[in-house]
Design a protein around this ligand. Structure first.
Ligand code: PLP
Length: 377
């Protein structure tokens, strides 16, 4: 099996599995308990918070644990809207994950006005386009750091500066970026940032939201008042410990790993394009995650291609994992104006365990499948 679906989820890093182990049974106390075992669990949660905060250049008090990227994105949108209802306008990019787009639609149903910003043909959202849409009552601008389908990296610092000039908050969904490219909340100046552990080799179902000190945000979840009253729910201690261990390893290995993975991605791309003149790359190659390759094959059936690859042992995806199974062309590709008829999209995403041998073998399998299917159209 050749796994080329790291953007959907990444196999857990060994270091994270080992770090989590003691917290399932040996040190399984509730981090809110006042006894010694509870205090030990609390210390583990706080150590993890400090370590993840350092990786993002945040203060530990600005970091809140959540159940992952979806919750963090929902919280950023609904939480700020609830805290500042006098501001009625929200700007989101058209290529956001549904974890941002659907809350934005829900806010629209509740009476907020939403402006969708389209990217250019290369999948980049420009600060100028955001500037043109900003209003005196804009509450929030939400633009992702890296796109989950085409891997494009957005000019977050410029967009945040523009948002702040109008008194708006800046949120970025950095779920695909954290652990893969440097992410620094001070350098970009964002007010809110979402991340998810399973995208960088931590466990599924855990992540966090960075909230710059002083940002007005209401809770999404009410209950036992954990996370300083802003996110209730018993802390997922093993998950939180695993998140910090995975991110520590990802950030430490990043300088070498990102170069190695980008070189493998380029090899995969060159081999497939050499064989398939009817294939093209979608999204900027310069401003892109190291492990992302998005190809569109003209005259090839989408489902047939994925099925062939699956049968041949190549695990890839048509776009985002959450929308696979739905036949409609991805909203990202449509927003980029690249949605021709009878085309197949293929997202190949590489990661820490991907090898050169795998890329060479996968390139052959993909090119053969695409050429064969094209004949049948
Ligand atoms: N945002 C982006 C950009 C993603 O790629 C994903 C996952 O695919 C999410 C949010 C949702 O994160 P989670 O799976 O942790 O809920």
């Amino acid at each position: 099996m050749i796994y080329l679906d790291y953007a959907a989820t990444m196999p857990m890093r060994q270091q994270a599995i080992e770090a989590m182990q003691p917290y399932f049974a040996d040190c399984a106390a509730n981090a809110g308990a006042a006894h010694g075992a509870g205090r030990e669990a609390r210390r583990a949660v706080d150590r993890a918070r400090a370590s993840v905060a350092q990786a993002l250049n945040a203060d530990p008090s600005e970091l809140f644990w959540t159940s992952g990227g979806t919750e963090s994105d929902n919280w950023a949108l609904f939480g700020t809207a609830k805290a500042q209802p006098e501001r009625r306008h929200i700007i989101v990019s058209a290529i956001e994950h549904h974890a941002v787009l659907h809350p934005a639609e829900a806010l629209q149903d509740m009476g907020f006005e939403v402006t969708l910003i389209r990217p250019d043909g290369e999948g980049i959202v420009s600060a100028e386009a955001v500037k043109a849409a900003l209003r005196s009552d804009t509450l929030l601008v939400s633009v992702m750091t890296a796109n989950n389908e085409v891997g494009t990296l957005q000019p977050i610092a410029e967009i945040a500066a523009a948002a702040h000039e109008c008194g708006a908050l800046m949120h970025t969904d950095a779920v695909q970026a954290v652990g893969h490219v440097p992410v620094d909340v001070r350098a970009t100046g964002v007010d809110l940032l979402s991340f998810s552990a399973h995208k960088f080799g931590g466990p599924k179902g855990v992540g966090g939201l960075y909230v710059r000190r002083g940002t007005r945000i209401a809770p999404l979840l009410y209950g036992g008042a954990q996370e300083r009253g802003l996110r209730s729910g018993t802390e997922n201690v093993p998950g939180i410990v695993g998140t910090a261990a995975a991110l520590g390893e990802a950030v430490g290995a990043m300088p070498q790993e990102s170069a190695r993975i980008a070189a493998l991605r380029d090899l995969l791309m060159e081999r497939i394009l050499e064989e398939c003149a009817f294939a093209r790359v979608s999204g900027s190659l310069e401003r892109r995650l190291p492990g992302n390759l998005h190809l569109t094959f003209e005259g090839v059936d989408q489902d047939a291609l994925l099925l062939r690859l699956d049968l041949a042992g190549v695990m890839a995806s048509a776009g985002s994992a959450c929308t696979s199974g739905i036949r409609e062309r991805s909203h990202v590709i449509r927003a980029m104006g690249k949605d021709g008829e009878g085309e197949a999209d293929l997202r190949l995403s590489l990661g820490s365990r991907t090898t050169e041998e795998e890329c060479l073998e996968a390139a052959g399998i993909i090119a053969d499948a695409a050429k064969d299917l094209r004949k049948k159209v």
